[in-house]
Design a protein around this ligand. Structure first.
Ligand SMILES: Cc1cc2nc3c(=O)[nH]c(=O)nc-3n(C[C@H](O)[C@H](O)[C@H](O)COP(=O)(O)O)c2cc1C
Length: 202
């Protein structure tokens, strides 16, 4: 099996094409950011990489807060719109018909149509070349109540999250495992002393 060598490039996929809201005084805006992820679990820390020429950049720099939303596939067009048009010229919230809710910990609004919203406070800004990296603590999270099951478990599959890779949008596929499932030993016959043998992680 041969492999083709390509030149170094920003090819990590899938990534979430997140909708990031920002507020600076009376002005608020939303832009799409795919260069995002998690840096630390404790304290919960994320990052967004933003080009300095974006209208949102100055707002982020001044307010040092944002809300990072994970959008559902139903919002693919709005996500693309918010990543194509600038808030310097259009009100993207109005154009996309987004319902805005007050956030719990930050001034930037929460978009009700997004099932998951991470409220973030910027700790550090690192120049990284074309983009500057805003490293931020996730100070609060809100999720659509429909994502929670009767046992209080977050059912992410109900969020129908949108993914992005190499310039294209995708719907997430089927679940193929659960964290740690590679380490679970399945017993052919249940052993009452050692466990119930149902293959669940202990
Ligand atoms: C799918 C997608 C992902 C994007 N990811 C980023 C990103 O990670 N960082 C960035 O600076 N711009 C990114 N952009 C471009 C900005 O969202 C775009 O320039 C937007 O119009 C900026 O809005 P603003 O001028 O209102 O701040 C992305 C656009 C799309 C469509």
């Amino acid at each position: 099996m041969g492999r083709i060598k390509l030149k170094g490039g920003a090819l990590t996929a899938p990534v979430p094409p997140a909708l990031v809201t920002v507020a600076d005084g009376d002005e608020k805006n939303v832009l799409t950011v795919a260069w995002t992820g998690i840096l630390s679990t404790v304290p919960p820390t994320t990052y967004i990489s933003v080009r300095p020429r974006r209208h949102s950049y100055g707002m982020l720099e001044r307010s040092r807060e944002f809300v990072l939303h994970l959008p559902p596939t139903a919002l693919a067009k709005q996500v693309d719109y918010c990543g194509t048009f600038t808030g310097a010229k259009v009100d993207k919230f109005e154009k996309c018909n987004f319902t805005l809710l007050p956030s719990d910990e930050v001034a930037a609004p929460t978009i009700a149509e997004c099932p998951i919203a991470l409220e973030c406070r910027v700790k550090t800004v690192l120049p990284m070349g074309s983009h500057d990296v805003f490293i931020a603590e996730i100070v609060s999270v809100s999720v659509d109540e429909n994502l929670m099951d009767a046992n209080g478990k977050l059912r992410l599959e109900r969020a129908d999250l949108l993914a992005f890779g190499h310039g294209e949008y995708y719907a997430l596929g089927r679940r193929v495992g659960v964290f740690g499932f590679s380490a679970v030993k399945r017993r052919k016959t249940p052993d009452k002393k050692k466990g119930n043998g149902n293959g669940k992680r202990r």
